[in-house]
Design a protein. Structure first.
Lengths: 81, 306
């Protein structure tokens, strides 16, 4: 019923706000978020995201956001429209 | 507990002021997010909330949050809050202070506000150091830690805000950390429901100035370590909190418990409680008492004149 869903969530990272502190990569329990060469977070494993929102709640700079599929900014709406 | 970040930015922050000037990984942003969520879940209007801050890294928070805000002089935020609460008793007043701001420079103001039981929600962010001015030793710096002004390690005992709150008679005291974000939001919500001086100590991180000299230069390790440095208080501890303050003499030797292992070399006795520590639901705040007294006096004067 309300089991863990994967593969339906998207993560939006705002590079204007992000300071590359590494908190989101440290807290992600599924290894979704990793650091790129400039230590900024990137999400290669987005299919594993379980919407725990630990990254969003621990981001001190309001730069990261987990988007549920019903959110208008989710990429599935962009491809449809 | 799933308020989207974009909603927080849109509704409760001033986006033109972002990004913040705080260091990367500073816990103050997490606290800001928690306060916004608590106000959202309590259903307060933005115009009914005032945020008053002192000087220091925490002082900038009143500028970033889109409430009625006053950025006051160093340590005097409780004094300004008293005035505001007297003039506008309908407004919910938040006071946000740092540890040096609240406990050393504004110690007298904090103490008087607690004794008077002013209706404010005070949040003291404890990062163990004077962050803005370059990492000097503050009243809450733990013993035997290196700071910019104590290169050969500090020798003063760290001050306990909990004991101060109990001595001054604050009706609500809770301790939270920036690691446990959901609990922080809930504690802020609970403090907002108290009539009187509700004090929350939030343990934050200063990995740039404090951690770099004390083996935790990374924000993530310093925040994760709060999980072993604090523990969630239980109902049994709640009972202990209701007992009278027991002061330990300066020269007394601390009793070492037998199970020392398991907490990265620190004994279980050194861990701090997390959660609500003092809660007096029956407290009546100063402004409510003051205005009822004014009403009584007005009635007396009217009846006396007739």
């Amino acid at each position: 019923m309300s089991g863990i869903q994967r593969g339906v969530f998207a993560i939006r990272i705002d590079r204007n706000y992000c300071k590359a502190c590494g908190l989101c990569t440290a807290w992600c329990p599924q290894g979704v978020i990793v650091e790129d060469a400039d230590l900024y977070p990137v999400t290669p494993g987005i299919a594993n995201c379980i919407n725990c929102k630990l990254c969003e709640r621990h981001c001190p700079d309001f730069a990261i956001e987990v988007l549920p599929p019903e959110h208008p900014d989710h990429p599935i709406h962009a491809s449809a429209g | 507990m799933n308020l989207q970040t974009s909603v927080i930015i849109r509704d409760y922050l001033r986006p033109a002021m972002l990004p913040t000037t705080w260091c990367p990984g500073c816990g103050l942003g997490i606290i800001m997010s928690s306060i916004a969520q608590a106000i959202h879940y309590q259903g307060l209007r933005k115009d009914d909330v005032a945020m008053i801050s002192g000087i220091g890294c925490t002082g900038r928070m009143s500028g970033y949050m889109d409430f009625n805000s006053i950025h006051t002089t160093h340590g005097r935020a409780p004094a300004f809050a008293t005035g505001l609460k007297m003039a506008r008793p309908d407004m919910h007043v938040f006071v946000i202070m740092g540890d040096g701001d609240a406990m050393s420079i504004g110690g007298n103001h904090l103490l008087s506000a607690m004794r008077r039981n002013i209706d404010v929600t005070a949040i003291v962010v404890n990062n163990s150091i004077y962050g803005l001015t370059g990492g000097q030793t503050s009243p809450t710096t733990p013993r035997d830690s290196k700071t910019a002004t104590a290169r050969h390690r500090t020798f003063e005992r760290a001050m306990e805000l909990e004991v101060l709150a109990r001595a001054a008679g604050a009706p609500f005291f809770a301790r939270a950390t920036v690691n446990h974000t959901a609990s922080l939001t809930k504690l802020v919500e609970r403090a907002m429901q108290i009539s009187g001086f509700a004090l929350i100590e939030v343990i934050s991180n200063c990995h740039v100035l404090y951690g770099r000299m004390n083996d935790t230069p990374e924000a993530a390790t310093m925040i994760a370590r709060m999980d072993v440095q604090t523990w969630r208080s239980t109902p049994a501890l709640q009972k202990r909190a209701e007992r009278a303050v027991r002061m330990t003499a300066a020269g007394a030797t601390p009793v070492e418990p037998e199970d020392v292992d398991g907490f990265e070399g620190m004994s279980s006795d050194q861990r701090k409680d997390r959660g609500v520590i003092i809660e007096n639901r029956g407290s009546v705040g100063f402004s409510r008492r003051y205005h009822s007294l004014l009403e009584e006096l007005g009635n007396d004067r009217r009846s006396g004149g007739e």
